[in-house]
Design a protein around this ligand. Structure first.
Ligand code: FES
Length: 416
């Protein structure tokens, strides 16, 4: 800032220097010439938060970029795992990517505040532009990318909108005017996430329709859409040809159960039905709701009860420990080497479940072999592992296992 004194008029004026021009990516020479190299979380674990957007009163989108402007590659509907440290405790959570893979310079997740939830509240209250977070991914198989169909029906409730939003945005960005009907259920009109954007896409894509149904009116009085829960008559009204569509469903477990029942009543062929499939019964009460919220919107497609898991026998050349004595034909010892803890795990029990039962704390999220959060190195022993995409073959080849879906075949030593 410079001070100038006009001696004639004895006036002091302040001349502002023009602000330094910030060179954003958009202004960088050659930025638009080619896509930058791809981001790989195995090599680069940290992402920068570049923007936080409020979507509704209790939902925010967090937008990330890589520190060196790499581009993201993922399939719409996939998820990432955040590795956070909250109050000195390491916590992992999976969140679906809500952005479009056709806009590869940034990646976003959209998070709803869960009352009492440690992670969603921490993200809402603390994560801001300029912060860095450790991220793993992307992964998951809940994607329309591998289920080519002429017509889709997207059904979501609450923050289950996120994977379907990524799929919708991808179609829009690629100018793929596919016949898509998107029916989103919300508690009240004020809780509809991405309402305006979905309406905009519907106004620009001839064959895309966005429909909303709200449980109740709430504070807003200008709502003219349907109210109540999604029912078969409401579905017939909003998507009369739903029986001809490939259906993708994401939302809280009771919502998905209701949708399954509804479609079964209508005689819908389950081969064309895709949903998240998780069980959260084994989680502690205080985190069940949030993990369910997070992973329900997070990832992995399953064709209802007929889902085919990926079986794998993970084995490390097994040298019995000198002290190893099988306690019974149906149980084995599991040694957590770093923490020097030893537990007994039933042959029909998953190691994570046995560890929890004995108070051994291990990082986990979905408990279904999908998210990869419970991945550890098996130092010795053999397990039967039935995962659902949460681990890559090369990781299995390197001796990694997912403890949530691995049953011991021998005594085990785990690098944990
Ligand atoms: S907790 Fe998700 S793969 Fe094990």
């Amino acid at each position: 800032m410079e001070m100038c004194v006009d001696m004639v008029n004895n006036v002091t004026s302040v001349q502002q220097k023009p602000p330094e021009a910030v060179v954003h990516k958009i202004n960088q020479e050659k930025f638009w010439d080619a896509l930058p190299p791809l981001w790989n979380s195995d090599i680069q674990e940290t992402l920068n938060c570049v923007q936080v957007r409020a979507e509704t009163h209790d939902v925010k989108s967090f937008i990330f970029a890589t520190p060196d402007n790499r581009s993201f590659t993922f399939q719409p509907g996939q998820f990432i795992t955040l590795e956070l440290e909250i109050n000195g405790e390491a916590i992992n959570r999976c969140y679906t990517i809500s952005s479009s893979p056709a806009r590869p310079h940034t990646l976003s997740i959209t998070v709803k505040r869960v009352p009492g939830g440690p992670v969603s509240n921490w993200l809402h209250d603390n994560l801001k532009a300029g912060d860095s977070v450790r991220v793993l991914g992307a992964a998951g198989e809940f994607t329309c990318a591998t289920f080519q169909a002429a017509k889709y029906l997207f059904l979501s409730a609450g923050s289950g909108v996120t994977p379907l939003m990524s799929m919708t945005r991808a179609h829009y960005d690629l100018a793929d005017d596919r016949d898509i009907t998107f029916i989103h259920s919300a508690r009240t009109p004020d809780d509809i996430i991405f309402e305006r954007e979905l309406a905009l896409i519907a106004s620009n894509q001839q064959h895309f329709r966005a429909r909303f149904i709200c449980e109740r009116l709430g504070a807003r009085r200008d709502w003219h859409g349907p109210t109540g829960m999604l029912s078969l008559p409401a579905l017939v009204l909003m998507a009369p040809d739903f029986m001809e569509r490939e259906i993708f469903v994401c939302g809280p477990a009771p919502y998905m159960k209701a949708v399954r029942t509804m479609l079964d009543q209508a005689g819908f062929d389950r081969q064309h039905y895709h949903e998240e499939s998780f069980s959260f019964e084994s989680l502690p009460d205080e985190v069940r709701e949030e993990v369910q919220e997070a992973v329900t919107v997070a990832h992995a497609e399953t064709v209802a009860e007929t889902a085919a898991s990926t079986p794998a026998i993970a084995s490390i050349p097994y040298e019995p420990l000198a002290t190893t004595v099988l306690l019974a034909a149906d149980s084995f010892k599991v040694m957590f080497q770093k923490s020097a803890r030893e537990i007994v795990c039933g042959a029909q029990q998953h190691v994570l479940e046995a560890a929890r039962a004995t108070g051994v704390r291990l990082a986990s999220s979905c408990a279904q072999g999908m998210c990869g959060t419970c991945k550890v190195k098996l130092i010795s022993g053999k397990v039967a592992m039935q995962h659902k995409g949460g681990i890559r073959q090369r990781e299995i080849d390197q001796g990694m296992v997912l403890l949530c879906c691995s049953k011991p075949l021998t005594d085990l030593v785990v690098d944990k």
